[in-house]
Design a binder for this molecule. Structure first.
Ligand code: ZN
Length: 652
């Protein structure tokens, strides 16, 4: 690895490395601009040399010398590759065709108007599971959109598409043995989720009803999607929700729920043997379509209300000596886990399946924070990190007052990028927990993953829940560019990840996403003010940041509003007394962003470094949609403060 490119040695991005320029001068190279390379995800090892290869009118497949060398498996793994570009040739080596595929994706990103910069890359992913999830139940998205997302996943080296096919919004996959699943449960009266679901007026409609909203995938559609994904080295994991989130099933098959009536419950009847026949039949048809080793069965959020008064469920508790109603869900999950294993497949479920004794291979998806993954790993199971508080694309990505309706929460791309998928020490576990809870968490209060179980975290995933994502445009707006942060979490070694570096590259991808017809969010102009104590608790260092790059941040310290003539922010500065920092983003001589204003006082800053509990009253009066967090480091410890809207609250 060329040290010129190591984080910390560079000021802002690879292209402005002074050391780089000096070395170029010393080596007698003719003077030229430093070459900026904006690869996402950032490769494990890369050295940028001088000059370009000129591909002319040829494509990657034409000009690349490809070497598949199985003896390189130890060095490169199944998915790694080595790429050497010099002025006259492009050479790509990998142990498998998958590695070659990823090397070509890198080459595509390297292409510029000037040619392909000369580089030496040695690259392999950090995680084997690099996922994106798509909910097609709450709102239906057509096959064309699924294929478009698979293209983008491949471009950013993601390799698992988690296909959330069934839920209470509608059943979205044709099952031959149970045709009423889609004939009765795939269409509904309204598109708008709030009007349809939250106002409790929910009604499904038979297929073919004029004006009905919905849809489903035929088996032919599914085969096409699975093949298209496989060509891009992406595995499709289907999810069939069980035992809850199944309201749509009981419209056509009411006998499978406890009451025997539609619109009464979302859970299957645990005590009805017919339910297991149904589920095994459905999964059999699903397994015929999806070659994936992993099959996701949901396993989350059962309300258990109908089970409490159902004679069949009560009889089962008696017969199997289950732990009351709480024992019913694990009973069902265990049967499905065994069924899938008998067919040579492995069950995946949301982290509530930890109530079960799990097979060693079973995969747990940690969605309620990171604790499910930590528990699974420490118990010896495999886990994927997809904490809702950090990696859900349906959360707000900027000030909610500037954004279309989202689910709730606040997960800007910088917050996603800050997450560490393998919290194998108390500090990283506490740092994650602070991000998840938006409050200070003491490292002593969080159990990390045992070091010898760190390899049980197989990867990360971003989830696209679709209650408030009505159409393709909105889906793209919520996914991009945040998917790029997930891709880098999943691929790039932790020590090579750095926000200031990622920010530059990520900004350069925004116009590329747009050129490919994606309705990406174009990043926020909001200024972020962060502070840390300096000079033996005698000064406060103030850092101003913005997602956009480059961004001209203007600020004042004299209480006046920032104007285009105010001080230009270039680097962190210190203040020693009570100071009001006012900052905004300026472009083309005009202030463009809302002003960010913060009183920085030494006493308050010192207070902020101590842990505090958020008062109960605060939780009650402030909706989670507008709670933000601010994080600091002091002596290696992470501290945090909450703020409401644009005003910091003094807490603790
Ligand atoms: Zn029942």
């Amino acid at each position: 690895m060329n040290e010129r490119l190591l984080p910390g040695r560079i000021r802002s991005g690879w292209g402005v490395s002074i050391l780089f320029l000096c070395l170029m001068a010393l080596s007698g190279c003719c003077s030229h601009e430093a070459i900026r390379v904006n690869l996402i995800p950032r490769p494990a090892e890369m050295e940028v040399l001088s000059g370009y290869f000129q591909p002319g009118n040829t494509t990657v497949d034409d000009f690349t010398t490809v070497v598949v060398d199985n003896s390189r498996m130890d060095a490169l793994g199944r998915e790694g590759y080595e790429l050497t570009v010099d002025r006259s040739s492009v050479r790509l080596t990998a142990a498998t065709q998958t590695g070659i595929f990823y090397g070509k994706r890198t080459l595509e990103q390297l292409m510029t108007d000037k040619g392909i910069p000369c580089v030496r890359v040695s690259d392999r992913p950090r995680f084997a599971y690099r996922g994106m999830h798509m909910d097609v139940s709450r709102h239906f998205f057509p096959k064309s959109q699924v294929l478009k997302m698979l293209d983008e996943m491949a471009r950013y080296k993601l390799n698992v598409f988690h296909f959330h096919l069934t839920d209470n919004g509608g059943w979205r996959i044709r099952i031959d043995k149970y045709p009423r699943l889609t004939a009765e449960g795939a269409f509904r009266t309204q598109r708008d989720w709030y009007a349809w679901w939250d106002r409790n007026a929910r009604r499904y409609l038979p297929e073919g009803t004029p004006g009905a909203y919905g849809g489903y995938f035929t088996k032919e559609d599914i085969r096409e999607i699975v093949t298209y994904a496989a060509e891009r080295h992406i595995t499709v994991i289907p999810e069939i929700e069980f035992p809850a989130h199944s309201d749509a099933v009981f419209i056509g098959y009411p006998e499978l729920c406890c009451t025997g009536k539609p619109y009464t419950t979302g859970e299957f009847c645990v005590g009805n043997e017919q339910v297991y026949t149904f589920m095994e039949d459905v999964l059999t048809e699903v397994m015929e379509l999806f070659p994936s080793k992993y099959i996701h069965i949901g396993g989350d959020e059962a309300r258990k209300v109908a089970w409490a008064t159902c004679p069949k469920c009560q009889a089962l508790i008696e017969r199997e000596r289950l732990d009351g109603i709480q024992g019913l869900q694990p009973y069902m999950i265990a049967r499905i886990q065994d069924f899938l294993a008998s067919k040579g497949r492995v069950m995946v479920g949301w982290d509530e399946i930890l109530h079960n004794e799990l097979h060693s291979e079973t995969l747990v998806m940690s969605y309620r924070g990171q604790k499910g993954a930590i528990e699974a790993a420490n118990r010896g199971n495999y886990a994927v990190m997809t904490p809702g508080e950090v990696l859900y694309f349906d959360w707000y990505q900027a000030d909610p007052s500037t954004q279309p309706r989202a689910m709730y929460g606040y997960s800007p791309i910088k917050k996603m990028y800050a997450f560490e998928p393998v919290p194998a020490d108390p500090e990283s576990a506490a740092r994650n927990e602070s991000i998840i809870r938006a409050e200070f968490v003491d490292p002593a209060a969080v159990e990390p993953i045992r070091a010898d179980r760190a390899d049980r975290i197989v990867g990360v995933q971003g989830c696209t829940w679709a209650e408030y994502i009505e159409d393709e445009e909105q889906q793209e707006y919520m996914i991009f560019p945040r998917l790029l942060a997930v891709a880098e979490l999943a691929w790039t070694p932790q020590e090579k990840r750095e926000w200031s570096d990622f920010k530059v590259r990520m900004n350069s991808h925004i116009p590329l996403l747009q050129q490919r017809g994606l309705n990406t969010f174009t990043l926020s102009d909001e200024v972020e003010i962060t502070t840390r104590i300096r000079s033996g608790n005698k000064a406060v260092e103030v850092t101003l940041d913005c997602e956009k790059y480059p961004a001209e941040i203007r600020y004042t310290l004299d209480g006046t509003p920032p104007t285009p003539d105010a001080s230009l922010y270039e680097a962190p500065f210190t203040v020693t007394d009570s100071t009001v920092v006012r900052a905004a983003v300026c472009r083309d001589g005009v202030i463009r962003s809302p002003e960010r204003k913060q009183l920085v006082t030494l006493a308050a800053e010192i207070d902020n470094y101590y842990p505090f509990d958020v008062p109960e009253i605060f939780r009650l009066i402030v909706p989670s949609t507008i709670v933000r967090y601010r994080l600091f480091f002091l002596g290696g410890r992470l501290c945090a403060a909450l703020k409401r809207s644009r005003t910091w609250l003094t807490l603790g």
